[in-house]
Write a new protein. Structure first.
Lengths: 357, 210, 357, 210
């Protein structure tokens, strides 16, 4: 294993320390349990946005803490969901009295830990909602799986909901907005190489010199299928068509019922894309793929969207939700309305994304 | 009877076994998950082990609940809440006890099992730790009903857990990260079932060593 | 070779096309010869800033075209200097009557091509100056080499001089500022893995599982020395100390003499760093190293600067001058004064770097 | 005499040889440079080759100058301006000619050599294309002075170029990208000297085939 690290055990801690040294104007950290949060939090009367998950997806989530995006991030060990006490600590550090929205990627571990954290926080009088992101169309069958994984749409949801918090939306309205972003976003990813989890020290999987893994998640886990390498255009078309042609996807999720003080089941359905839709297109590097290659993917993606009558109104191209040093890319398409678009464009200042200020 | 010091010995022994099997469990998880199960479990049980000295004069219920809290706050991932809940619920069933009868042990195991099922919503055949855990609890119950000693019953429980673990090999996962693999999750042992089987085996061994 | 590309021959072209599709609000392209330039160029009465070099260092240079940075970039083939006609085309496209500053990284190819381009442009009545960036302290001896390579300081020079152009500095003043940035900036890099040039199709060099290459450039060329892998802290210390302890470095460079209409030789000397200096610290990924590891490097770098009485007043952490998908990192330290700092902070809007607007 | 059609044949032959030796030249550059010399030269000479049909009725000076322009605008890197200058300066020495005498050829070669030296500021021993080029020009001059035929003289020039190329093996580079390697640039042939030796060899062959 070759990495710029000291000891595998110190990776998460030292990386946070470096972030704080570099971005002390924006960020503070709490250690054990680890929380990265806005230097100016808590923000009185403003809904706090918390996300978290395993580390190794940098800049997500710590790099998205700042004005117009997350209020706090709870970074777990590499590829391992953070713990409930950690999420609770995050909620306590940033709650400004208007409650906390947890944006939760749909992985068994993240869901269970965030649910326990929400139970604890609500019992301590902090109003907390969890909204799931489950946008990975590579997961076909939600009856026989833990449902679709949460991937690229997470970044877009964190941005749009963070802007809404900045504008003073209340907790229920932000939760609703987050759900809307989630059901209107779809993603798919692929890998050319594996990544290496520092504590493990060797690649999670081996790919031959002419093989690729398609339909991967973001944890170096094997994907939907392994196949022969194809050209960037073919790969882009494969992923884009799976996303664009994905039908209405329904599933039952658990959301916190503040009246009943318990979880309730909610059925939600992703509406399929249709000609005339306006999109944010997000082409993401898994970490080791250079941005020059992402633009080659974006080029083909733009052509395909055009052919389907889909209008890309904004785009994001770069490494934003990664799997350590894995080579590969993912595509996320999010159908937006005027409200989402205005929120997307509003001022943003985080270590990883910045505009309008 | 299983004494308070046997319970401490069990946790200690399991922590050592997990440390030893860390790579193996991680390799199992690399095949159908994200290559961290051994790392996660080891992080949690090293924390548990480091706290054992402070538990020397605590009752069994407290020891188990403390173990659950330690796991909850250090493991993360899927196994953190699951093993955390297992120990917390198990501890709640044997509050204040300094020693456990055969029935106490059954309550403890059943409480843990129910907790994991509630938390994870999985059932036998989903290719999870339940595949090892439920046969273990059922095996223990059957053996005590048949009049076997606690040590014998725990040994049968461990055998059943290992059989359950082995039975995960051909299964298609329906829960957790491995479920994303569909057909490709076949022909691999479930990492959580494997660590769970080790948990029951070390319990049986610790009870036997007295 | 596994890359998200179609054919090696089309990499540069298709990547530019993708960039233009993604950033059409900021950028335009001219093809054959290839130039990426500001959509609003030429800017009347404003000095135009042009840079260029081989492709494969993305986002440099195309990603730095925009308000407050470059006016145009001339991307060559992968790791190959662009051609004089291409640089001349760039100058023609963006000259707003106030002249053109070419920021040239010190490689034999870049220097010769940019010199020919400057001769051609000046002969056609466009006032052009070339300023060299030669900041790589890994190159020890300038008598027996082609001099120090131009690496990380290029990014900082493009930003600071771009801001100066925006503020209306004239050509001589910007050229002077660029020279100042160059002599106050020092860099060093290292690699954990090789990169693969698409047209070659196999890694440029092979490194063992426990080896690293130290003192590399940005073209996948072998470095100063190969050695056993070390920890991030040790690697950072090694590079930081070479930079901080580097002495006064003198060399003769060629600059265009507009009176004589010919090249003149100019001797310039880098002043060593000294306690009390204020710095911009730039920790750069060679492409394949994730930002989490860069923060581990930054953490140690900040400690070392602190111990040497050097105050980091701004920082830049990320993949900005890369070698395709190479894993590795480089460190650049630039001593700044109030003027440079104010320019650094002024509004900037490019695909790869954005703030203040 | 070397005729206009022999010049065209030379450029065509060299373009084919470069295409064939593309990987080899690139491998040489991978060892002490950035792994693109074969790619660069091939890009340039494919362009030159594609323009040869339009050169059929042009004089030799124009052909060579056009070649230089094509290289300049397509090769890039260090070799682009160097080979570009070589052909442009060579062409300037034989303006309007349809055939070249022994002296014309000497002027052509010397013009090219001077151009490369001026542009690149390198000298024999720096481990560059000059190490092959200068001995070739000197060899040609010596041979013609000794009364040898053009073909014989060009063949000796090619031999000298190849000897010069081989002599780069032990050298430490002082110019171009390889110079950054210091001691590590030893024991490798210089890629530019290698492509240059091929240029002289194909010239000799084309002159001989007449
Ligand atoms: N819903 C569930 N119910 C019971 N056990 C589960 C469930 N989901 C996952 N597991 C168990 O967790 C194990 C994986 O644990 P671990 O690798 O530590 O967490 P993660 O999957 O978050 O990386 C699986 O092998 C499986 O036995
Ligand atoms: N200053 C110079 N003078 C003469 N030849 C040079 C000089 N610098 C480099 N070269 C030649 O150029 C060759 C490298 O060409 P190439 O690889 O195409 O360009 P680059 O080094 O820009 O990648 C070297 O092998 C050497 O022969
Ligand atoms: Mg995990
Ligand atoms: Mg796992
Ligand atoms: Mg080159
Ligand atoms: Mg080269």
């Amino acid at each position: 294993m070759k990495k710029l690290i000291n000891s595998p055990d110190d990776v998460v801690r030292e990386s946070i320390e470096g972030m704080i040294l570099a971005h002390g104007d924006l960020l503070k950290a709490h250690y054990e349990p680890n929380v990265i949060y806005r230097a100016d939090a808590p923000l009185n009367g403003q809904v706090a946005l918390v996300s978290g998950g395993g580390s190794g997806h940098e800049p997500m989530h710590g790099g998205f803490v700042g004005l117009g995006m997350l209020t706090a991030a709870a970074p777990g060990e590499v590829f391992t969901s953070p713990t409930p006490d950690q999420m609770l600590e995050a909620a306590k550090l940033v709650d400004g009295g208007a409650g906390v929205l947890n944006i939760v990627k749909n992985y068994t571990g993240d869901v269970m830990n965030f649910e326990m954290a929400a139970e604890l926080a609500n019992s301590e009088g902090i109003a907390v909602r969890n909204i799931l992101i489950d946008d990975d169309v590579a997961v076909k069958d939600s009856l026989y799986t833990a449902g679709r994984r949460g991937v690229g749409t997470t970044v877009l949801a964190e941005r749009i909901c963070g802007a809404a918090a900045e504008r003073g939306y209340d907790l229920d309205r932000i939760a609703d907005l987050c759900r809307q972003v989630n059901i209107n976003g779809r993603s798919m990813g692929m890998a050319l190489t594996s990544c290496t989890v520092p504590a493990k020290g060797s690649p999670t999987f081996e790919l031959g010199e002419r093989e690729m893994e398609i339909g991967i998640g973001i944890h170096g886990e094997p994907g939907q299928a392994r196949m022969d390498m194809k050209s960037a255009d073919e790969i882009t078309e494969m992923m884009a068509l799976e996303i664009i042609n994905d039908g209405a996807y329904s599933r039952t999720v658990r959301e916190w019922d503040s009246e009943a003080e318990d979880w309730k089941e909610v059925e939600i359905t992703d509406p399929p894309f249709a000609s005339g839709d306006r999109l944010i297109a997000f082409v993401n590097s898994m970490g080791g793929t250079p941005v020059s290659e992402l633009y080659i993917v974006y080029r083909k993606l733009a052509q395909i969207c055009d052919q389907h009558g889909l209008t890309i109104v904004r785009n994001l191209v770069g490494p934003y939700i990664t799997s350590l040093e894995m080579q590969g890319a993912s595509i996320t398409l999010l159908k937006v309305d005027d409200e989402m678009l205005a929120l997307w464009d509003s001022p943003l200042n985080t270590p990883a994304l910045r505009w309008g200020m | 009877m299983v004494t308070q010091s046997q319970v401490l010995a069990w946790l200690d022994r399991y922590a050592d076994l997990i440390a030893e099997q860390r790579e193996y469990l991680t390799e199992l998880d690399a095949a159908i998950g994200d290559a961290d199960h051994g790392i996660n479990m080891n992080r949690g049980f090293q924390k548990v082990k480091s706290q054992l000295p402070t538990m020397a004069d605590k009752d069994i219920g407290s020891i188990l609940k403390n173990t659950g809290m330690a796991l909850l706050s250090s493991v993360g991932g899927a196994s953190g809440p699951l093993y955390g809940t297992l120990f917390m619920r198990a501890g709640m069933k044997v509050d204040k006890k300094q020693a456990l009868t055969a029935d106490d042990l059954l309550a403890l195991l059943q409480g843990g099992l129910e907790g994991v099922i509630q938390r994870g919503k999985s059932q036998v055949g989903d290719k999870t730790m339940i595949d090892a855990f439920q046969p273990a609890v059922e095996g223990y119950e059957a053996a005590t009903h048949a009049g076997k000693s606690v040590v014998e019953a725990l040994t049968e429980a461990a055998d059943a857990a290992e059989a359950g673990r082995d039975a995960t090999l051909p299964l298609i996962a329906r829960k957790g990260r491995a479920s994303y693999l569909g057909e490709r999750s076949k022909d691999h042992l479930d990492p959580g079932a494997t660590s769970l089987a080790m948990l029951i085996r070390t319990l049986a061994e610790s009870a036997a060593e007295g």
